[in-house]
Design a protein around this ligand. Structure first.
Ligand SMILES: *[C@@H]1O[C@H](CO)[C@@H](O)[C@H](O)[C@H]1NC(C)=O
Ligand SMILES: *[C@@H]1O[C@H](CO)[C@@H](O)[C@H](O)[C@H]1NC(C)=O
Ligand SMILES: *[C@@H]1O[C@H](CO)[C@@H](O)[C@H](O)[C@H]1NC(C)=O
Ligand SMILES: *[C@@H]1O[C@H](CO)[C@@H](O)[C@H](O)[C@H]1NC(C)=O
Length: 387
C-alpha cells in the first residue's frame, strides 16, 4: 500500500502538471496585450504596488510577469519539474478561483449524479471580490494580492474549458459524471505532455508551451502584437469597452457572469466538437484550438486593459506607514487621545485644588487675625480693670 502510494506520488511528480489555466506564455501574452493599451502612468502605478513583493517572488513583480504568480504559488514540492525549481509556496486555498463550473450536459444525464468536486468560490466570485478590494482598500498588501489574482483570473476565465464542466454518457467521451473542465478526458496529441483535453487548451493547441521564466521577452512582444492584429477590437462581437464602467457603480458581478456564460458557449461550440476521448486529435481540431485560443487571449487582453483603465485612477493606497509604531495604529492614536484627555483632566483638578486651598488659607488667616485682635482688646480691658 505504502509502496503503491509512494510510486503513485513520485509518478505524479513527473506526470501531473501543477500549472493549470493558460500556460505561463498565455498569461503573459494577455498581460502584455493589456499593457500596450494602458497609459504608461497607470502601468507605473501598478508596478509600484506589485514590486512590494519582489523579495519574496523575484522576477514575478512586473505587470507582465505577475500574471503567472497565482499558478506558481500552488507549487508544493520544489523538486517537481512543474515547480521550475522555485521554493514551494504551497498556497492552495485559492485553487477554485481560477475557473467557473458551468455544466455542459448534452446527453441529459441526471444532474443529481453529476459531480462538482470543486465548487465555489469561483472565478466570477473572485473577480467581484477583487473589485470591492480595489474600490476601498488602503493597503498595498491587499491591492497587490488582488491585482495579481485579477490579472490571472480574468485571463483564465477566457480559456473555454475554465468555464465548462462536461457531463457525458455517449460514445465520444464515455460515461463521465463531470469532467473537471476536460481534465478527465484523455487524448493523444503530437505533444506527449498534452494528454488531457484541458491541458491541450491550456497550451492553446500546442502553440504556447513556454513556462516562466523562459518566456522570451522579444518574442512575447511580437506574438502579442501579432494576435492583436489578427483579432482587433472590432472583430470581437462580445467586446463592449464601456461595460467595465460597472466598477464605478460597484456592480460588476453581472458583467463577469455574462463573460463566463459567453466563454461557456465557446467551449460548447468548439472545445467539445471534433474530438473523441483516447484518440489522437486531428489536424483540423488542432488548427481550430489555436485559432479560438488566440481569439480568447485577445478578448481577455482587451477586457483586462478596459477594466484596469477604470480601476487604477480610483486606487487609494495610503502613501507611507513606516512612521507608525509597531502597535496597531488605530490603537496607537486612540491610546494617545485617552492619555491627553486624562492629563488635561488631572491638570484641571490640580488647579481647582490649588484655588480652593488658597481660598481656605485666606479665610483661616483672616479668622486668626480677628481672634488675635479680640484677644488684644480683651487683654487691654483686663489691664485697665486692674489699674
Ligand atoms: C449511461 O447510459 C447507460 C446505457 O444507456 C445507462 O445504463 C446508464 O445508466 C447511463 N448512466 C447515467 C449516469 O445516466
Ligand atoms: C478511454 O480509455 C480509458 C482507459 O483505457 C477507458 O477507461 C475509457 O472508457 C475510454 N473512453 C472511451 C470513451 O473510450
Ligand atoms: C510566439 O509564437 C510562436 C508561434 O507562433 C511560438 O512558437 C512561440 O513559443 C511564441 N512565443 C511567445 C513568447 O509567445
Ligand atoms: C455596452 O455596455 C453598456 C454599459 O453596460 C451598455 O449600456 C450598452 O448597451 C452595451 N452595448 C452593447 C452593444 O451591448
Amino acid at each position: 500500500m505504502n509502496l503503491a502510494m509512494g510510486l503513485c506520488s513520485s509518478l505524479c511528480i513527473v506526470v501531473c502538471p501543477v500549472v493549470q489555466g493558460w500556460l505561463d506564455t498565455g498569461h503573459m501574452l494577455v498581460a502584455r496585450m493589456a499593457q500596450t493599451q494602458l497609459e504608461e502612468a497607470h502601468v507605473a502605478t501598478l508596478e509600484d504596488i506589485l514590486s512590494s513583493w519582489s523579495r519574496d517572488f523575484p522576477g514575478m513583480s512586473s505587470f507582465v510577469s505577475s500574471a503567472v504568480w497565482p499558478d506558481h504559488i500552488k507549487c508544493t514540492n520544489s523538486k517537481a519539474p512543474a515547480c521550475l525549481g522555485l521554493p514551494a509556496t504551497s498556497l492552495n486555498a485559492f485553487d477554485t478561483w481560477h475557473f467557473v463550473d458551468l455544466d455542459y450536459n448534452p446527453d441529459r444525464v441526471s444532474i443529481d449524479d453529476a459531480q462538482h468536486p470543486y465548487q465555489n468560490p469561483s472565478a466570477v466570485w473572485a473577480l467581484r471580490q477583487a473589485m470591492s478590494t480595489f474600490s476601498s482598500s488602503q493597503s498595498t498588501f491587499a491591492v497587490n494580492f488582488m491585482l495579481r489574482m485579477a490579472i490571472h483570473i480574468l485571463a483564465d476565465l477566457h480559456q473555454p474549458l475554465h468555464a465548462a464542466q462536461g457531463v457525458f454518457n455517449d460514445t465520444r467521451f464515455g460515461d463521465v459524471l463531470g469532467d473537471r473542465g476536460g481534465n478527465l478526458i484523455r487524448i493523444q496529441s503530437p505533444w506527449k505532455e498534452l494528454r488531457s483535453l484541458h491541458l491541450f487548451w491550456d497550451a492553446a493547441g500546442g502553440l504556447f508551451l513556454d513556462e516562466w521564466p523562459l518566456v522570451p521577452e522579444v518574442e512575447l512582444r511580437q506574438n502579442a502584437s501579432e494576435i492583436m492584429r489578427a483579432f482587433p477590437r472590432s472583430s470581437l462581437q462580445e467586446l463592449n469597452d464601456t461595460e467595465t464602467s460597472c466598477f464605478l457603480r460597484n456592480d460588476c458581478g453581472r458583467v463577469f457572469k455574462k463573460w463566463a456564460i459567453q466563454v461557456h458557449e465557446v467551449a460548447v461550440k468548439f472545445a467539445y466538437h471534433g474530438v473523441r476521448a483516447n484518440e489522437t486529435v486531428s489536424e483540423e481540431y488542432i488548427a481550430k484550438v489555436r485559432r479560438i485560443s488566440k481569439r480568447q487571449l485577445a478578448l481577455a487582453g482587451y477586457r483586462l486593459a478596459d477594466l484596469l483603465a477604470v480601476v487604477v485612477p480610483f486606487l487609494q493606497i495610503s502613501s507611507d506607514r513606516s512612521g507608525l509604531s509597531d502597535r496597531p495604529w488605530s490603537l496607537w492614536t486612540r491610546t494617545d487621545i485617552y492619555t491627553q484627555a486624562l492629563v488635561a483632566l488631572c491638570s484641571l483638578q490640580f488647579l481647582l485644588l490649588l484655588l480652593l486651598g488658597s481660598l481656605l488659607c485666606k479665610g483661616l488667616r483672616a479668622k486668626h487675625r480677628d481672634r488675635e485682635s479680640l484677644l488684644e482688646a480683651e487683654a487691654d480691658r483686663f489691664v485697665q480693670l486692674q489699674r
